[in-house]
Write a protein that binds this ligand. Structure first.
Ligand SMILES: Cc1cc2nc3c(=O)[nH]c(=O)nc-3n(C[C@H](O)[C@H](O)[C@H](O)COP(=O)(O)OP(=O)(O)OC[C@H]3O[C@@H](n4cnc5c(N)ncnc54)[C@H](O)[C@@H]3O)c2cc1C
Length: 256
């Protein structure tokens, strides 16, 4: 099987986000594989273990993204592809979709696995948009996946309910929490990953010009939510507390 994972490098979810002049401060921050994409990598490796074939991890990023691709290779993926170009001036979902589309148009695909959502950008658009552009089926928020006779048998999370879907290959799926338990890279895996192929592609390689991937949207501002004010504890006898609470709801919060 030709198994692909689309993977994003994201902020470590433990990191405290700081914003300066409308930009997220990246200096000194830890970066990881987007957590939902770890499920995608794990599922891809399990599919290969069961059905044979090859797992290729594809990411649009910069040279720093090599580290996360190598981690996926250490988990057990076979090949990495990094799409990067200094000419790419900013990127939005359109940009990333176009770059991935150009790459995948040249590939024989059985299945593409991605994350349900990126924990930083959070639009959840890349998977469905890419599938649409490639003209293949997609199923989002997948919690169980089996491939039998060219058909993907899928369990999908729908706001706490489960839906069973069968869809012929090729298909793109996005992984939801619970799909599997991603493995940690083993020491031999880390050693092997250093020698696995990691191809870097730029706009020329993908037969694209800068204008072809120009963002369609512009981020005009970024800001953190206002800091929460400390809560207030009411003191005194119960009837006094009730009276004060009613007064606060009426005069301060103005909700009654
Ligand atoms: C080189 C580069 C420059 C950027 N510059 C800017 C900028 O100037 N301003 C700005 O606001 N934003 C910028 N971005 C962020 C960009 O807009 C988002 O990465 C993109 O729109 C994806 O949206 P998302 O994060 O909501 O992903 P989602 O759609 O939520 O991601 C869902 C899934 O899609 C896949 N996916 C997402 N992103 C990638 C990727 N890069 N490669 C492979 N698979 C992926 C993963 O499987 C992921 O789990 C940049 C990103 C890159 C890579």
């Amino acid at each position: 099987m030709n198994i692909f994972v689309i993977m994003k490098r994201t902020f470590d979810t433990e990191e405290k986000i700081q914003i300066e002049n409308g930009e997220v401060v990246e200096d000194g921050a830890e970066f990881i594989i987007n957590p939902y994409d770890e499920y995608a990598v794990e599922e891809a490796i399990q599919l290969k273990e069961e059905h044979g074939g090859e797992v290729t991890v594809v990411s649009v990023g910069d040279e720093e993204t090599e580290k996360q691709i190598r981690t996926a290779l250490a988990m057990g993926a076979d090949k990495g592809v990094l799409i990067e170009d200094e000419e790419i001036d900013g990127a939005d979902t359109f940009t990333v979709q176009e770059l991935l589309k150009a790459y995948f148009k040249e590939q024989e695909v059985d299945i593409i696995l991605g994350g349900n959502i990126a924990v930083d950008g959070g639009s959840g658009q890349i998977g469905p948009r890419l599938a649409d552009q490639l003209g293949i089926n997609y199923v989002t928020s997948v919690t169980d996946l089996k491939i039998e006779d060219g058909t993907a048998k899928i369990e999908k999370d729908a706001e706490g309910d489960q839906i069973m879907i069968e869809v012929p290959l090729p298909v793109l799926i996005t992984a939801q929490q619970g799909l599997n338990e991603p493995r940690y890279p083993s020491l031999p895996g880390i050693m092997k990953a250093k020698k696995k192929p990691l191809e870097t592609l730029d706009l020329d390689d993908l037969d694209l010009d800068e204008e072809d991937v120009e963002p369609k949207t512009k981020t005009v501002d970024r800001y953190l939510p206002p800091e929460k004010q400390a809560g207030r504890k009411l003191e005194g006898e119960l009837d006094e507390q009730v009276a004060e609470l009613v007064s606060l709801l009426k005069n301060e919060a103005k909700v009654i």
